[in-house]
Design a protein around this ligand. Sequence first.
Ligand code: NDP
Length: 248
Amino acid sequence: MGILSGKVVIVTGGTRGIGYAMARCFTDEGADLAFIYRSSVEKAKSVEEELGAKGVKVKGYQSDVADFNGIASTVSRILADFGRIDVLVNNAGITRDGLTFRLSEEAWDDVIDTNLKSAFNCIHACAPVMLRQRSGCILSVSSIVGLGGNAGQGNYAASKAGLIGLTKSVAKELASRGIRANLIAPGFIRTEMTDKVGEEQMAQWCKDIPLQRAGTPEEVAKAALFLISDNASYITGQVLTIDGGRSM
Ligand code: NDP
């Protein structure tokens, strides 16, 4: 028996990086897992096989989180397949960096739609199910960039700051019905997203981190596990930074 036994968890962006680490961590704790991804069909199959071997139900759904109607029908399929939805983790995200005054409209829209509108889409589809159950939990993956901004990431920072406003509003709207909503704000975590940054730049970033290193996806997953579990039953509307002390 794990602390998520009997719970159905949806993770968006479960094929790689932080989402994949969460998928592993949550299924270790007994969760049944529905994960959403955009393009990694082969990886999704291997995640289903690897995590399903633990004796929990695991299924991947190829669906663009930025597509309102697509996500509504994907969540309906998940509900039909799993019977309930206890936890929604809004994790899928992208970067398209550039100085704000040089960003194309497309780079702005892509990042806002994938990182922020996606959470609206998923909450819009999942909250009615949680309301009927009179229980549920939402966790959105923001970033320390959403708290403090970052030169060259105006679109990304706006999307991650927007997630904080959205998730806190939802926490206030749904608390009386037994539904919690929180955020995590990771700092510099080694994944394919940050692998684009050169080693020299990474070393420079690590100098500004009190713990002197990048975080791992597994460390983020453990903090997420706490917030979605009943161990955090009196915590809602909060942002937990996971950044080695970078933003203190
Ligand atoms: P990765 O690039 O490693 O993985 C992104 C995941 O999101 C993939 O599973 C990808 O699916 C999925 N995804 C991307 N776009 C879509 C879409 N339109 N529809 C459905 N799924 C999509 O990212 P990370 O693991 O690094 O980041 C995860 C989250 O954590 C993001 O929100 C990111 O902003 C946030 N974060 C990351 C930090 C870091 O340092 N890495 C720091 C702070 C926050 P597919 O494989 O099919 O493309």
